[in-house]
Write a protein that binds this ligand. Structure first.
Ligand SMILES: Cc1ncc(COP(=O)(O)O)c(C=O)c1O
Length: 281
């Protein structure tokens, strides 16, 4: 079943997304008449459904619905949740075999273009992510760690915070992936234990590959960033945003956003081409 909340009311309280967070989601940017990186978003959802054993099968109809979305605004956020739906007994999933895709539309935050120019000042969250390889990389609906990160007073002092795991290794930002460049090599935290594999991180990785470069996935402490030439946070809505300052304990490391953006060379052009051709991650 597909429920477009622009057309009909939200789902039931018995839905397992509400009961247990038994669902996955993706947040997409609608720009210039279509959803950017739609194939990559659908691919993410298919992978998540497979790993969570959510038996959603209506992919073609869903893709068509998303491709046909008639949105008047130039930009919009489109959120897709696929839930296991209602049913089962307690946590048990037997009998819960009618998944539901929920679609909703939201305004696009207006300040991303400015952030791209000015960069962001990030702190380090004291809230650390637990390890769960079975869920690592997925954008599943159990996001209580991110809720605690956003609720922590440390988050209020900065534009965003970087987040480590319970071993103190870098994972991501509160709602974005982390990428840095050092000596011409590109790095991003390994996400095999926790964190969300982002669509925009995938786009950057493909762009680097088109230049014969690799985005290396590493386990690294926050202090590694002090030697970086440039640091970025990425997500599907805001794109690739330079970090202009990272405050960690009593130290602050600074970068010049224009210099960081210069390292992205033809990335914006690549992004536009990918969006126009409908190609994905
Ligand atoms: C915790 C977390 N990590 C990473 C990302 C980046 O993912 P994407 O590039 O798919 O937006 C998000 C996006 O919201 C997120 O919430």
């Amino acid at each position: 079943m597909i429920i477009d909340t622009a057309l009909q009311p939200d789902g039931a309280i018995s839905d397992r997304a509400f009961q247990y967070g038994d669902a996955c989601f993706t947040t997409m940017a609608f720009r210039n008449g279509s959803i950017a990186h739609l194939p990559a978003h659908l691919n993410r959802m298919q992978t998540a459904c497979e790993r969570l054993k959510i038996p959603f099968t209506d992919w073609q109809r869903l893709e068509q619905h998303l491709a046909d979305l008639a949105i008047n605004e130039e930009q919009k956020v489109v959120k897709l949740i696929i839930s296991r739906g209602s049913g089962g007994r307690g946590y048990g999933i037997q009998g819960a075999d009618s998944p539901v895709a929920y679609l909703s539309q939201h305004p696009m935050p207006a300040h991303y273009a400015q952030l791209q120019q000015d960069g962001v000042h990030v702190g380090l969250s004291p809230i650390q992510l637990g390890h769960q390889p079975l869920l690592a990389g997925l954008k599943h609906n159990n996001r209580l760690e991110q809720v605690l990160i956003k609720a922590d007073p440390a988050s209020a002092n900065f534009d965003d915070v970087l987040v480590t795991d319970i071993q103190g290794m870098l994972v991501e930002a509160s709602a974005a992936n982390l990428i840095w460049c050092q000596n011409g090599c590109w790095f991003s935290p390994d996400l095999s234990l926790c964190g969300v594999e982002g669509i925009m991180k995938g786009v950057v990785s493909n762009w680097l590959a088109s230049h014969g470069k690799t985005l290396h996935q590493v386990r690294a402490m926050p202090s590694v960033l002090q030697n970086a030439e440039a640091v970025f946070i990425t997500n599907a809505l805001m794109g690739v945003i330079p970090v202009r300052e990272f405050t960690c304990e009593s130290n602050s490391y600074r970068w010049i956003p224009a210099q960081a953006n210069a390292l992205l060379q033809d990335f914006q052009q690549y992004l536009t081409e990918q969006t126009q051709s409908g190609a994905g991650d």
